[in-house]
Design a protein around this ligand. Sequence first.
Ligand SMILES: NC(=O)c1ccc[n+]([C@@H]2O[C@H](COP(=O)([O-])OP(=O)(O)OC[C@H]3O[C@@H](n4cnc5c(N)ncnc54)[C@H](OP(=O)(O)O)[C@@H]3O)[C@@H](O)[C@H]2O)c1
Length: 246
Amino acid sequence: MPAPSRDITDTVIAITGASTGIGAASARLLLEAGAKVVVQARRRERLDALAQEFGADRVQVVVGDVQDPASATDLVSAAVDSFGRLDSMVANAGIGIYGGILDTSDEQLQVMMRTNFEGTVWAVRAAVAQFRRDPGAGGDVVVVSSVAGLRGGADEAVYAATKFAQVGLAGAPDREVRTEGIRVTAICPAGVKTEFAIGAGRTEGDPELDEYLLPEDVAHAVVTVLQQPRRLRTTQWQLWSMGQGS
Ligand SMILES: NC(=O)c1ccc[n+]([C@@H]2O[C@H](COP(=O)([O-])OP(=O)(O)OC[C@H]3O[C@@H](n4cnc5c(N)ncnc54)[C@H](OP(=O)(O)O)[C@@H]3O)[C@@H](O)[C@H]2O)c1
């Protein structure tokens, strides 16, 4: 019997942090699976390139900084205004600035917490509020956290704390809104070969990066979660490459 799979053609999916890396790969894979996307980041030109490739009837661009709560309501409004609905939110935007506990400045702590944690709160809230406007329709929230959000690591105390916060956040609405047909998933990848933290703890060209996951690996997990039939849910997904020790 074939594995059950939900058709996501024409579903409307908002994605934060979609200009590069995991978010951009997820947008592309979701478009290839037939979905419509509303993509957000601070760098407009990268988002516009995706819209030009797939057309404005399938891609809407919303420039925004996830540290601002209004960015999340703008994103959801754009989905509803452009496509008439919102089916899923992928809260993916994030930054990493690595360093020992004594080396991380107050400003670095604040920008990581506001981007990774608070930005996720705004996205989850805006999505759940919108899902509730159409009772019975349900919806999906995917939070891109990290294996760093399940166990800390040296030189990433603050980053890992923001990722733990995301995992904790995702666990609560799963218990609050599951009976309304709303699914909340935390995807926790190990290191991914993207622009992430290059110059802020990672070095471009470092051979270790060759063992990392690819952004498309994580994008595939995002698509798989959304394609699950509505009687199933994945609350947490850890993802490692075969070259990465756990
Ligand atoms: N790479 C890894 O090893 C790894 C592993 C596990 C989990 N993750 C998580 O995966 C997520 C995506 O990271 P990535 O690896 O794909 O890195 P990336 O290529 O650097 O992408 C990060 C994305 O977030 C956006 N972003 C950053 N700050 C933002 C802000 N204040 N407002 C709006 N958008 C913002 C960036 O867009 P703009 O700069 O254009 O705004 C970009 O689109 C992050 O949450 C990260 O913690 C990454």
